[in-house]
Design a protein around this ligand. Structure first.
Ligand code: M6R
Length: 598
């Protein structure tokens, strides 16, 4: 959930770490810190809040010349987001940064407290450096590091440096991502994602779980599961164009506008004639599967729900959906011949990754729908399809959701074809979807104007039926994340079973009313709310005079085309409300992009 950067070399280390952390700041921004080792001196800085505070603190510090540095941006798990709990955590002569959670830290802390070792912070991370220095009294540094790591339970990516060996960075990885990079000057870099390495490293090693080792100016030593590894680097993809906002106010806005292009990319090379073709799945006998479980978190869970409706309707295959954090502990029954699909933008979400491990261990065929190649989830699943959204920087997911839904729809069509079902109408609609998410200026302006009427109230209900119910959930999640206003997504037909009690003029209803799917049914549900004076914003291609506000969508022949157009509207609405409220659109409070903790 946090971001990690490390560097060994002679260039200005402070700036390298700050630049690297900037790329990862979206992963957590409660506090940040760095430590630099040069000429046997260990300097460190920490600051609460965004990275600019850290930059300010070390403004006058210079660190050119041979040495090493590590830096961290934090999303708090144990202990408040204050300076003491910020990384790096210090021992007497060493310091550590860590991404993940040490599950047995209390046990280890008690053991060290009995040895009269003192702790300053409330974090789980501090025990790593204290354990290391405890063992370093009895053995050499690498063995002390190794022994410490062997005692940790949980997920971690760790960098540790020590004045007792001023030339080395010790590292370990299990369950949280860690990459080692190398450049033409033969310098080593470390990062918890590709972004800080792009433009600076040519080659990388994506460390596997249970890896640990050390690096210095001339040496990189990696053990995997206790066995010394050959250092096999792979080329790093050097496309950094995503990093610019291209004139948009926020990355999220840019990503909303990019959706038409990325949906085209999802389709590219995968529609041949009137068929969906997935080369990755061509040798799989998917028609033998009689049940599919889809599992994910957050926005990806909403995409999974859409997938369930589509798999049953289009491919005539039984499908169910699980929230990953629930699934992992509920001892669910998994049929051996079933397909278990996990959906994740980042490919690193801890709950989803764990659910995948459980399903795999139970003998299910596992399949990842994911945006990040080489991510833990992609590497673990038997099969995978990449969603091709490109890097998504806005913490609130937009284009990743669009590509997940399109990929799932294509997958449903792919299975339907294998079962010789007629999918001609689906294919026509599929090809039309990129044009449904083109942002027209007139639409964006209208949503901007309307947004001023939705800055208060005691709650929002997004309602819809069928696939428009998960879209309602997603619309409400976007609003919650960005505006900090209370919003719920609800099945339109379910309002009368309780939530209708909340209705008055300060209860805002956002009604998704597609023409091609259950229009009359949804309309009746909406009328029940109007009768109780709810303020209504309806989104539909059909005029609806009873609305307080109305956004007219285009006439479409397929409900999924309406789905994508309405998705776009809900995203823009949440963003415009957030801007008016003065919130940080790209980095909303309390959130992080990749949730690599339980
Ligand atoms: O990377 P993932 O798709 O696995 O992430 C799952 C959720 O954490 C994520 O979708 C989250 O809900 C976003 N903030 C939604 O905007």
């Amino acid at each position: 959930m946090c971001g990690i950067v490390g560097y060994i070399g002679k260039n200005e280390k402070k700036q390298i770490i700050l630049n690297g952390l900037k790329e990862l700041e979206y992963r957590g921004y409660d506090s940040a810190g760095m430590a630099v080792m040069k000429d046997g001196e260990l300097s460190f800085f920490k600051a609460v809040g965004k990275l600019e505070n850290l930059a300010h603190k070390c403004h006058d510090f210079l660190s050119e010349g041979e040495g090493l540095a590590i830096g961290h941006t934090r999303w708090a798990t144990h202990g408040k987001p204050n300076e003491i709990n910020a990384h790096p955590h210090l021992g007497e002569y060493s310091c550590v940064i860590h991404n993940g959670i040490i599950e047995n830290y209390k046990e280890l802390k008690d053991k060290l407290l009995k040895e009269n070792i003192e702790f300053l912070s409330q974090t789980d991370t501090e025990i790593i450096v204290k354990l290391f220095e405890f063992y370093a009294q009895k053995m050499d540094l690498f063995n002390a590091f190794k022994k410490s790591i062997e005692e940790l339970k949980g997920a971690f990516a760790i960098l540790l440096i020590s004045k007792k060996d001023e030339n080395k960075v010790f590292f370990a990885k299990n369950g949280a991502p860690l990459i080692v990079g190398k450049n033409s000057q033969k310098e080593f870099w470390f990062a918890s994602a590709d972004a800080p390495l792009i433009g600076f490293c040519d080659e990388v090693i994506y460390l596997e779980d249970l890896s640990l080792g050390y690096a210095s100016k001339d040496e990189l030593v990696i053990y995997e599961n206790g066995i010394l590894k050959n250092n096999t680097f792979v080329k790093l993809n050097n496309d950094k164009s995503y990093a610019q906002k291209d004139g948009f106010r926020f990355f999220m806005e840019k990503e909303i506008y990019e959706q038409s292009r990325v949906l085209n990319e999802v389709l590219m090379g995968r529609i041949k004639g009137d068929e969906v073709v997935f080369d990755e799945l061509e040798n799989e006998n998917l028609t033998a599967i009689d049940e599919i479980t889809l599992c994910a978190c957050g926005t990806s869970y909403h995409a999974a729900l859409v997938g369930m409706y589509l798999l049953e309707r289009v491919a005539k295959i039984k499908a169910r959906v699980e929230i990953a954090s629930e699934f992992r502990y509920r001892k669910a029954l998994i049929k051996k011949d079933s397909l278990f699909i996990v959906i994740s933008q980042s490919g690193e979400t801890a709950d989803t990754l764990e659910a995948l491990k459980i399903a795999k261990a139970e003998g299910a065929k596992t399949f990842a729908i994911c945006n990040v190649d080489n991510s833990s989830i992609v590497r673990l699943a038997h099969l995978s399809l990449l969603t091709r959204a490109g890097i998504e920087k806005g913490v609130a997911s937009t284009k990743a959701f669009a590509t997940q839904v399109l990929t799932l729809w294509m997958f449903a069509i792919f299975i339907a074809q294998k079962k010789a079902l007629n999918v001609n109408e689906e294919i026509k609609a599929l090809l039309h979807t990129p044009s449904c998410v083109v942002v027209k200026q007139i639409l964006h302006d209208k949503i901007h104007r309307l947004s001023k009427r939705y800055l208060d109230g005691h709650g929002f209900f997004y309602i819809g039926r069928d696939v428009f119910y998960p879209l309602a959930l997603e619309g409400a999640l976007k609003l919650k994340e960005l505006s900090y206003l209370h919003a719920e997504g609800y099945p339109a037909g379910e309002m009368k079973h309780g939530p209708i009690a909340l209705v008055d003029s300060k209860l805002y209803t956002i009604a998704l009313m597609p023409e091609n799917l259950l229009y009359e049914k949804t309309k009746s549900n909406v009328e029940e709310l109007i009768a109780r004076d709810s303020t209504l914003l309806s989104i539909s291609p059909l005029d609806f005079d009873l609305s307080d506000d109305f956004i007219k969508t285009s006439k479409q022949n397929h409900f999924m085309c309406e789905f994508f157009e309405m998705m776009l509207i809900t995203q823009l609405l949440a963003m415009e409300i957030s801007i008016r409220l003065g919130n940080d659109v790209d980095m909303p409070r309390n959130l992080a992009k990749s949730v690599t903790v339980e």
